[in-house]
Design a protein around this ligand. Sequence first.
Ligand SMILES: C[S@@+](CC[C@H](N)C(=O)[O-])C[C@H]1O[C@@H](n2cnc3c(N)ncnc32)[C@H](O)[C@@H]1O
Length: 455
Amino acid sequence: MKIKAPVTKNDRIDVTITDLTYQGMGVAKVDDFPLFIENALPGEKITILVTKVAKSYGFARALSWQSESADRVTDVDKTYRQTGIAPLQHLAYPAQLKFKQHQIAELFKKNHQEVEVAPTLGMDNPTQYRNKAQVPVRMIKGQLETGFYRQHSHDLIPLTDFYIQDPAIDEAIIKVRDLLRQFEIPAYNEISDKGVIRNIMVRRGYYSHEMMIVLISRTQKLPSQAQLVDQIQKALPEVKSIVLNVNAKKTNVIMGNVTRTLYGKPTIEDTLMGLTFAISARSFYQVNPQQTEKLYQMAIDKAGLTGEETVIDAYCGIGTISLALAKHAKQVLGVDVVAEAIEDAKVNAQKNHLANVTFAVAKAETQMAQWQEDGVKPDVVVVDPPRKGLAESLIDSTAEMGPKKVVYVSCNPATLVRDVARFEELGYAIDGPIQPVDQFPQTPHVESVTVLVKK
Ligand SMILES: C[S@@+](CC[C@H](N)C(=O)[O-])C[C@H]1O[C@@H](n2cnc3c(N)ncnc32)[C@H](O)[C@@H]1O
């Protein structure tokens, strides 16, 4: 598709930034044609020099501009900008929160719908919040390095301070890196498809401080494996689980299907909402525990349970929302497609002495249709899908079952807008303001809770 661009290379033009991309690039429009501008913030009026026009894809890039904005953070670390770990670092935190609120309202507006969006619930300290790190490992000049990829590439930039991660996790990465160097275990090489260690994943319980180290390897066994595991335990007393994940494929997918516990338990534990959760290497667990408690409390409050309800928790992961809801409902049915997550969810129900929860391993869209066929009549349905949002068939079977309320926890406002439109076609309407919760400070990711009620 060739698009006629209203700008050409080397044009110097005045624009207003209206949006940000997920990489934190400012977006301005000239006759509906998008221009992507490094480091620019929404609301800024600037003069730009167009550096690239890609007519077939319908965008242009621009650099070379100057502007002053009260919301600009000037002491931005260039390394973080290069990696894209914190693409909104150049925007002051209160402005980040406003941007996220505005982003949801704007996406609905583009779909011809005015919605009320409450101010984004933010953090007191919007750095060092992540309870999980997943870092690539590469050889650079003959030495094993850990860090993060340069944006839009697989070039590793060595890093020791990851800015948005729990600092105890940063320290653990350095210690594991040093031990891998000491035992001369080579990093994986994507081009030759040789070498051993591809990635290191570290998870640390926010309350429990239990730590899990996952070594993701091309090979079934690591060189000097027993000594390495022994030394990791000694160097990191918080470690309760060391896991080997084997990924022998030439792929961008981080984890493979084989997971073996090399030391301790296959899971670590943490608490959330006063409940205890076992978390295994491949299970989803929210990365910002402080904000997750706010998010889940909001979902529970909005569900408005009295203790008599049947609730479905679709995309339930290890059962975090399901168990928090189970304390206030008659029964909860949860579904997730990852078998390990559902195993964790069942253990978690027992750990917390909650017998009114049942979990199924399936695609949520398939299980929803099954529950509908089985005559399940939920009073409330909670959905917390991945970024791609809900399958249309799931929305259809939900509406057929006719719950009074749907509580939609979304990590992508674009798919939220699409899915809400489908619910509205089927007789549901948004009730009250949409509530954004900042799960990912310093990044443009937007999490929110929306309530839909049956008209
Ligand atoms: C955003 S997470 C939410 C998990 C959980 N509610 C929580 O907060 O910890 C999305 C979950 O959807 C699961 N998932 C992805 N696609 C799915 C599908 N088609 N059917 C069921 N679960 C799916 C993932 O395994 C993941 O656990």
